[in-house]
Design a protein around this ligand. Sequence first.
Ligand SMILES: Cc1ncc(COP(=O)(O)O)c(C=O)c1O
Length: 372
Amino acid sequence: MVAVRQIPLARPYLDGREEELVLDVLRSGNLALGPMMRRFEEAFADVAGTRHAVACSSGTAGLHACMAQLGIGPGDEVITSSFSFIASANVVLFQRATPVFAEMDERTFNLDPDAVEAAITPRTRAIIPVHIFGYPCEIGRIGEIARRHGVPVVEDACEALGASIEGRQVGTFGHPSVWGFYPNKQVTTGEGGMITTDNPDVERELRSIVNQGRSDNGDWLVHQRLGFNFRMDEMSAAVGLAQLEKLEYMLGERTRVAERYSRLLASVPGVQVPFEGPHHRSWFIYYVRLDDEVDRAAVIEGMSARGIATRPYLPAIHLQPEYRKLGMREGMLPVTERVARSTLALPFFIGLEDEDVEYVCTALREVIEAAA
Ligand SMILES: Cc1ncc(COP(=O)(O)O)c(C=O)c1O
């Protein structure tokens, strides 16, 4: 079959404002550690509702910096989710510590708080809950469990800018929280991330860790602790600032596209649309869950033949080759494994026209029928 159109999985939403601010940076000659990063940090702290924001080079870098700030090291265990992007577990391995995967809640795909509590041992040094696909996890209950056991929470809010629980933005519950700005995210900087916290001591230490461990008193050549170069450059910060100016519009458009998908797919046999619950989801991707009897690989192939990009998203982290080397195997997390076998990300971005959404939904219906 000849593809009539090509529909990618994701695409950033950019307009003249990003160009304008990036040009300002280029013309200023100040390309790193300049005023744009500070402006972006301040604007982001405002949006997130936290006292401090520390820009960094990626969500991965932000999470890694948080592990370093907590002093996570060999022999320590960090509880997290296997149904996440691999970075949220890799940051534990970077510190030579052990990621411990707790089982998920099958409706939300987020960590099950009871499973988190059951996974706590005397070696547990942190919990990294993730708001997967922009739906808030039970961060209140996880926080309460963590407090009871004296364990800090580093909240992975990389996919959840705009998501909230009873009006409170997620990413304000962790101590600290981390955000990601890869181009498929709600807000992009190209590559980039942010760490937010209300604690000024944690902020100072993190600011040093992402900047080569430099001295807290501003002495450029004193490296007070082991740090990294996890800095965000000025061009990325300029893009981020321009993105924040239209955040409300962008979140609204993402919701509009997602709702259209859910309406059209509600009646398609073999497909379950995303969970809707009491918390407010910020749409990071649009995914469906395919019934067990639907052959996902055949669906992906069929969609691709129609010019539609889809992805088997997300694979379980504990079954990735690097984690199998640590002895992890099928059967460890039956719910996670079942979900990871059946979820599929569909094209999702601002500018996806109504007729494109219809085209994708019709194609999905036909491809599933053909694959049955
Ligand atoms: C849940 C989650 N954690 C961490 C990351 C890492 O962010 P980055 O790609 O900016 O390093 C991502 C982004 O892909 C993510 O989705």
